[in-house]
Design a protein around this ligand. Structure first.
Ligand code: 13P
Length: 332
């Protein structure tokens, strides 16, 4: 039996612990240029490099955000991008005490033979890309598949494990993120059942690929009813189901569980996280939110330079609320 201990093992463990540090979580700002375009369109802005740069500058330079945010996931463009005043974005993050991360998948494509599900591209050439991202300052990575059929789950779990192994080999802490989409009318019990299956396979293949569990981070969806389900769940129910899932499937060697917000409202995402932190957990249970951190911030900005400060304040309000929720101390 080999337990992986490559040349980066100590650094991986340290990076994962830094990202999973008390009262902090991840700012997901890895919207692809297409997704970023949708966000910019919602405030009437064109999807130009200059507008993406202005928005990302606003996010990373919010004063003191490093108190609440330990890591930021970037799209490849941003890893090589500068702020509007010419500083490397990676350097601004490091000055804020934030570990830079990178989205490494190459987008979703149809998975043939499945139930109209998809899988992400990007395993080919991943070793050399992750090595280059490390050189550029990235220290963790994410990659995202989807779909619940047996075929899709197996393909996604195996692919995630290969990605995790390659990322670790090149010094990046892999965020393991089999996103179970919220879309649909399904019940919370159905989400729970699918999640149990998905995480069983993911951990089976992570182990088969000798991935160092102390040097990964997980990014699950919370166990909730489908977005269009009539019966809604309270934060307490979401916390009960989600923690039951984590206890059954996730070894305590994994340092951090950083949830995505998946279309929940800003306040809902904070309340659910807070409910999960009402009693001690074997892992750091925190956030890796994009929309639930950025929605109000983006609207407040509206593309106007005079609104930058107000928009940064809006971001800091959400970041602080989620920091408190990580500590189980959010009171609304
Ligand atoms: P949301 O929090 O908006 O679901 O996005 C998370 C994510 O996966 C981006 O990295």
């Amino acid at each position: 039996l080999t337990i992986r201990a490559g040349s980066y093992a100590d650094e991986l463990v340290k990076t994962a612990k830094t990202v999973a540090s008390p009262g902090r979580g991840i700012l997901a700002m890895d919207e692809s240029n297409a997704t970023c375009g949708k966000r910019l369109a919602s405030i009437g802005l064109e999807n130009t490099e200059a507008n993406r740069q202005a928005y990302r500058t606003l996010l990373v330079s919010a004063p003191g955000i490093g108190q609440y945010v330990s890591g930021a996931i970037l799209f490849e463009e941003t890893l090589y991008q500068s702020t509007i005043d010419g500083k490397k974005i990676v350097d601004v993050l490091v000055e804020q005490g934030i570990v830079p991360g990178i989205k490494v998948d190459k987008g979703l494509v149809p998975l043939t033979g499945s139930n109209d599900e998809s899988w992400c591209q990007g395993l080919d050439g991943l070793a050399s890309r992750t090595a280059a991202y490390y050189q550029q300052g990235a220290r963790f990575a994410k990659c995202i598949p989807n779909g619940p059929s047996a075929l899709a789950v197996k393909e996604a779990a195996w692919g995630l494990a290969r990605y995790a192994s390659i990322a670790q080999d090149n010094g990046l802490v892999p965020i393991v993120e089999p996103e179970i989409l919220l879309d649909g009318e399904h019940t919370i019990d159905r989400t729970f059942e699918v999640a149990l299956k998905v995480w069983a396979e993911v951990f089976f293949y992570l182990a088969e690929n000798n991935v160092l569990f102390e040097g990964i981070l997980l990014k699950p969806s919370m166990v909730t009813p489908g977005a269009e389900a009539k019966e809604r769940a309270t934060p307490q129910q979401v916390a009960d189901y989600t923690l039951k899932l984590l206890h059954r499937r996730i070894p305590p060697a994994v340092p951090g569980i950083m949830f995505l917000s998946g279309g929940q409202s800003e306040v809902e995402a904070t309340l659910n996280l807070n409910a999960m932190n009402q009693s001690p957990n074997p892992w750091h249970v925190s956030f890796s939110y994009a929309r639930a951190l950025q929605n109000t911030c983006l609207k407040t900005w509206g593309g106007r330079p005079e609104n930058v400060k107000a928009a940064q304040d809006a971001l800091l309000i959400r970041a602080k609320a989620n920091s408190l929720a990580q500590l189980g101390k959010y009171t609304g």
